[in-house]
Design a protein. Structure first.
Length: 83
């Protein structure tokens, strides 16, 4: 599976980092994330830097890809069974 190592590290993110992670996965800019979370853009940049380090990825794009993979894995795990 792509991003398997990075996905395993998602649990290391704090609650606020997880929110930023999910919003990055939705394609939001730092400014838009700051507005949505009622924080400064500088605070968002600090969270992004922390997420980069914790997930051991190199760019916002990679964070977004991991976030999308995480979302897909979560949907698959919790999909109700059809009878």
């Amino acid at each position: 599976m792509l991003w398997q190592a990075e996905l395993a590290r998602v649990g290391e993110l704090s609650g606020r980092e997880t929110q930023v992670f999910e919003l990055l996965g939705a394609g939001m800019s730092n400014r838009a994330i700051a507005v949505a979370l009622h924080v400064t853009e500088r605070t968002v940049k600090a969270h992004v830097a922390s997420i980069l380090a914790k997930l051991e990825v190199e760019s916002r794009l990679q964070i977004g890809l991991v976030a999308q993979a995480h979302l897909l894995c979560t949907k698959v795990q919790f999909r109700p069974t059809e009878n």
